[in-house]
Design a protein around this ligand. Structure first.
Ligand code: TRP
Ligand code: SF4
Length: 334
């Protein structure tokens, strides 16, 4: 029997290359070998977007189209919407007894996010909501409702998985051996740098290339990318290893071209403008099959709806069965 994968994404915006190399590629690789449940985590997205339901709703469909576009096959992957699985909300309530407020406040991922969201939670996090603080509990419910054994995530999610395992152990020690402890699979590239050289590509940082970006958008972004600051004139030799243009050539171009860029840059026989133009072409080629697949789903929104409906139905069946086991163990199976 295949093992179960459970992973999730918050629908707060389109996918960019950071998501693709950090997670998406990993999902595509794993989809053949696992029973795969992919959660569109709208309830989690609402924890810090509760005042913007339109944004969350729109992005449920956007992110699903992006995921289909990168090559996830709905015959292999169950795409489901978190809010449509009431068992997850129920489990969250039960698990909330098994975790202390202090432990949640110490969760490194939660801490980082609170400090990034000053406008929402105040300077020292004084207006943090109960829902946001508790989202790791809800994420533990996401995973265990499906007996998720394998969770492909980026390294920023590891504290959430650790918290999930703690809840599982606590539950099992009190109520009996009912829940499974999940293991992570990290992606090969866990973090993609931004065009500005920032360690992380992100929406809020304005340094991301999105899978949906058209040629003009790509051109503007690549033309503004950070190159070797010591290269002043076109024929100055430079160091490609400190240049974001070379970094992106390595992500999206073929080996032969990558070598040419590297050698010519070092020899001073390559100008940055030409180098950027070639990157734009390589980026376009790279995104072409993704954008072509996406176009199909854009033109057929009912297909997207159907993918979500079918996946949610399959997920619900699983969650109902798990809920019965949980309630029996907790002696609330009246
Ligand atoms: N927290 C994840 C993120 O911010 C999304 C997520 C929700 C998730 N539920 C999950 C990830 C379950 C792994 C497993 O991207
Ligand atoms: Fe970067 Fe290319 Fe300029 Fe070298 S030639 S510094 S790799 S943009």
């Amino acid at each position: 029997m295949k093992k179960t994968i459970l992973t999730g994404l918050r629908p707060t915006g389109n996918l960019h290359l950071g998501h693709y190399f950090g997670a998406g590629q990993n999902y595509v690789r794993l989809q053949d070998d696992y029973d795969f449940f992919l959660e569109i985590a709208d309830v989690q997205a609402l924890t810090d977007n509760f005042d913007n339901p339109d944004k969350v709703r729109k992005n449920v469909f956007e992110i699903t189209k992006d995921l289909l576009a990168i090559g996830l096959d709905p015959k292999k992957v169950n795409f489901f919407i978190q809010s449509q699985i009431p068992e997850i909300a129920e489990l969250t309530v039960f698990y909330s007894n098994l975790v202390t407020v202090a432990r949640l406040q110490r969760n490194p991922t939660v801490k980082t996010e609170i400090s990034q969201k000053k406008e929402l939670f105040g300077n020292s996090g004084e207006s943090i909501t109960y829902g946001f603080l508790g989202y790791p509990v809800s994420q533990a419910a996401d995973i265990t409702a499906f007996d998720g054994e394998v969770v492909p995530v980026g390294d920023d999610q590891l504290p959430l998985l650790e918290q999930c395992r703690e809840i599982v152990r606590k539950f099992n020690s009190i109520y009996g051996d009912v829940l499974k402890e999940p293991q992570q699979v990290l992606s090969k590239t866990t973090r993609v740098k931004g065009l500005d050289g920032n360690e992380k590509m992100g929406k809020s940082l304005g340094n991301a290339i999105y899978l949906v970006d058209d040629e003009d958008t790509i051109r503007t972004k690549v033309m503004g990318a950070v190159t070797d600051p010591n290269k002043i004139k076109k024929d100055d030799p430079a160091n490609p290893d400190v240049c974001m243009v070379y970094y992106y050539h390595k992500l999206v171009n073929n080996d032969e071209n990558i070598n040419t860029v590297c050698n010519e840059c070092k020899a001073g026989t390559r100008g940055c403008v030409q180098c950027k133009k070639e990157l734009i072409e390589a980026m376009k080629e790279f995104l072409k099959p993704i954008q072509e697949r996406r176009k199909f789903y854009e033109e057929n929104p009912n297909e997207v709806k159907k993918v979500l409906e079918d996946g949610t139905k399959a997920a619900r069946e699983r969650a109902i069965n798990k809920m019965a086991e949980v309630k029996k163990a907790m002696k609330i199976d009246y």
